[in-house]
Design a binder for this molecule. Structure first.
Ligand SMILES: Cc1ncc(COP(=O)(O)O)c(C=O)c1O
Length: 355
């Protein structure tokens, strides 16, 4: 292995690239990993220097606290290449800030912003050849951080690892998405960790989601944990609901992730003169709208799919189908946001960051 130093970080380059082993025409989502990863270790009360090294397994003690107490957080973001070969990120500083909000809630030491940002940019440059350019494809970026410190005592660890891994991914096609409005299980609770991207939040969703799948649905719509009367999120995405011409989305709270796609859509929609209301949405309001024909669209919003249209929902043993609108907001908004992300359109918001 050859050693060199880029932007103050140690870089250990892979001897050979695995890029030729990857079928870029059949990438799927999050299945392949690039040649390198960024690793940074926390011990003795501070973060060491980030290091870029070949993507490889890591070894941990069985007593590492991640296995016992779930101190683990992550982010999800995407990198693109425009037609001139420029490497682009979308609102990366927002991911970095949210990562540290998650870290704080899980009692994990925050990562210095420049380690995250400069580390990510350096890694993207090194593995730039892995960024797919086909329409809808991107380099999925997974920063994550977890407790490596040992001990069975239920208390925060004294050692942590921060890693960024990259995965060339194809378009996230979810097909026809039929959702079930959930009234028994909750994704998050007041005072809990729902607003953080904590690994355990997702583990807790798997079982109720499987129950919904067994009933013939694809995803769960989460309602508030106390009354189950209000709609909050769509699986691991924020939710948008169109009644007549107004686009509704729930306000962020302890229980809802402050999605970067969600807040971008709110801004873009307003600029396109689409009426947007950020307010609590009653399940009964949506059911009534479905019955009287004023419910015209529902979609999930998140980094992976950008926008994932919902074709119908189930509620209390009754199924409701949504119409297929020709001029739907989902298509228009998805095009606008992906055009900005991939430099096919001007970015009046300053969201696009060139690496
Ligand atoms: C629970 C949850 N809600 C919403 C989102 C959407 O957030 P973003 O648009 O920042 O990807 C995600 C995905 O990251 C999520 O995990």
């Amino acid at each position: 292995m050859s050693n060199s130093v880029t932007s103050n970080f140690e870089v250990i380059k892979a001897k050979t690239s695995r890029i030729n082993q990857v079928d870029f025409d059949n990438l799927g989502f999050g299945k392949y990993y690039t040649d390198h990863m960024l690793v940074c270790d926390y011990q003795n009360g501070s973060w060491g220097m980030p290091k870029i090294m070949p993507y490889q397994p890591i070894s941990l003690e069985p007593s590492a606290k991640i296995f016992h107490y779930g101190q683990s957080i992550f982010e999800g973001m995407k990198g693109y290449k425009d037609k001139d070969g420029n490497i682009l990120l979308f609102r990366p500083i927002d991911n970095c800030k949210r990562f540290n909000i998650s870290a704080k809630r899980l009692a994990i030491p925050e990562i210095p912003e420049e380690y995250f940002m400069e580390g990510l940019k350096t890694l993207m440059q090194i593995d730039g050849d892995w960024i797919p350019t086909d329409n809808g494809s991107s380099l999925y970026i997974r920063p994550f951080m977890f407790a490596t410190g040992e001990g069975f005592h239920a208390s925060p660890a004294d050692k942590y690892k921060f890693i960024i891994a990259l995965s060339p991914s194809g378009p996230y096609f979810s097909g026809k998405v039929k959702v079930l409005i959930e009234e028994k299980y909750s994704r998050a609770a007041n005072g809990g960790v729902g607003y953080a991207k904590a690994g355990g939040n997702y583990a807790g969703q798997f079982y109720p989601t499987q129950l919904a799948i067994d009933k013939g649905y694809n995803q769960v719509i989460w309602t508030d944990d106390t009354s189950h009367e209000y709609i909050e999120e769509a699986g691991a995405m924020n939710i948008f609901i169109r009644i007549n011409d107004t686009l509704l989305t729930a306000p962020t709270s302890d229980r809802i992730l402050d999605g970067i796609t969600r807040k971008s859509i709110i801004e873009i929609a307003k600029d396109m003169n689409i009426p947007v209301e950020v307010r609590r949405i009653k399940v009964s309001e949506v059911v009534d709208a479905a019955k009287n024909g004023t419910l015209t669209e529902m979609f999930g919003a998140g980094t992976a799919a950008v926008i994932s249209p919902i074709s119908g929902f189930g509620y209390r043993d009754q199924d409701y189908d949504l119409p297929i609108l020709k001029d739907n907001y989902a298509t228009v908004l998805k095009k606008r946001i992906t055009d900005i992300q991939t430099n096919k359109a001007n970015d009046p918001y300053g969201w696009r960051v060139q690496v």
